[in-house]
Design a protein around this ligand. Structure first.
Ligand code: GLV
Ligand code: GLV
Length: 325
């Protein structure tokens, strides 16, 4: 029976699926992310046939070699797979899979939660009340901005970006502009969106800029000091994609200088570390990479990762196969 290593405890639903098939499942006993050398130690010489890994695991050539020649698949428990060297895996005939689709709603909802929270200063208002500062209703207390009727700029029109646009147009009568490498006329018709050929154009117009690109060499620091300067002083930046898409030190500077009005971030450049000064700012909302973190979605992600592993050992193509680019 296939031997599977799970790099950290995930929801039981996924583990059960593997056990039901009679697979021999070993789970990292510590509820902590493994660093690269710990991951290598955990895999080396153990003869695992499959690894279920997380976005915190840095799966490079050395880790793949440590898994050894028996290993057929690394199933990532995430939609993003910038943590994996997919080319090195393919050279070793190791299959890579991810968990797209099922987490789209949760991530889109969290994006909206952030957008509303930064606009209505929810975290700041909560801190204000808890600190005993609320002395009675006041006409100008903690004024925010409406999302309704605003221009929402979607950067990266994948599943998640499209869903955020759908909510913004349908629920908030927002105007949608988007930038992507390719234009999608069907999407434009469905939400009345308008394409912007350059990121620069979008940044100059949007009241909210929401990032939905994968992390690639070309998207690292896509939003840098120069790009932040193109945004409106009244605009908000939302990131539920990957931290390094934003030059976080440049963002801290722009927020301090009030070059933009606020930012809401679920991901950070040096996760879990924050760039100096970020946590001291009031015009930011910070959440700890929990956009897909609902009970419903994390269960489905666990099942999907397990199903991808099972497919390989049943001689099928795994449903969520990642192809090397
Ligand atoms: C979460 O960030 C994911 O990629 O699933
Ligand atoms: C990820 O699922 C995306 O396509 O945005």
């Amino acid at each position: 029976m296939p031997k599977v290593y799970v790099t950290r405890m995930i929801p039981q639903a996924g583990i059960e699926k593997l056990k039901e098939k009679g697979y021999d499942v070993t789970i990292n006993p510590d509820d902590q992310a493994l660093d690269t050398s710990e991951l290598i130690d955990a895999l080396k010489g153990k003869g695992y046939d499959a690894v279920l890994c997380l976005l915190t695991d840095h799966v490079n050539a050395e880790v793949l070699d440590a898994a050894g020649s028996n290993c057929r698949i690394f199933a990532n428990y995430a939609v993003g797979y910038d943590n994996i060297d997919v080319k090195a895996a393919s050279e070793r005939n190791i299959v890579i899979t991810n968990t797209p689709g099922i987490l789209t709603e949760s991530v889109a909802e969290h994006t909206f939660a952030l957008m509303l929270a930064i606009s209505r200063r929810i975290a700041e208002a909560d801190r204000f009340v808890r600190a005993g500062k609320y002395k009675g209703w006041a006409p100008k207390l903690l004024l925010g901005n409406d999302v309704s009727g605003k221009i929402i700029g979607i950067v990266g029109l994948g599943r998640i970006g499209s869903r955020v646009a759908h909510h913004a147009a349908g629920g908030f009568d927002a105007r949608i502009i988007y930038h992507d490498l390719t234009r999608n006329e069907e999407f434009e018709k469905s939400v009345g969106a308008v394409y912007r050929e350059t990121l620069e154009e979008l940044l100059g117009e949007a009241d909210y800029v929401s990032l939905h690109v994968p992390l690639l060499p070309q998207t690292k620091h896509l939003i840098n000091a120069e790009k932040l300067k193109l945004m409106k002083h009244s605009a908000y930046l939302i990131n539920t994609s990957r931290g390094p898409v934003i030059d976080e030190a440049a963002l801290v500077h722009a927020l301090k200088k009030k070059e933009i009005k606020g930012a809401a971030l679920d991901v950070f450049e040096d996760e879990p570390e924050l760039k100096p000064g970020l946590a001291e700012l009031d015009n930011v909302i910070l959440t700890p990479h929990i956009a897909s973190g609902t009970e419903e979605t994390r269960n489905k992600m666990a099942e999907m990762a397990a199903e991808n592993i099972i497919a390989v050992f049943e001689g099928r193509t795994p449903p969520q196969l990642v192809k090397p680019s």
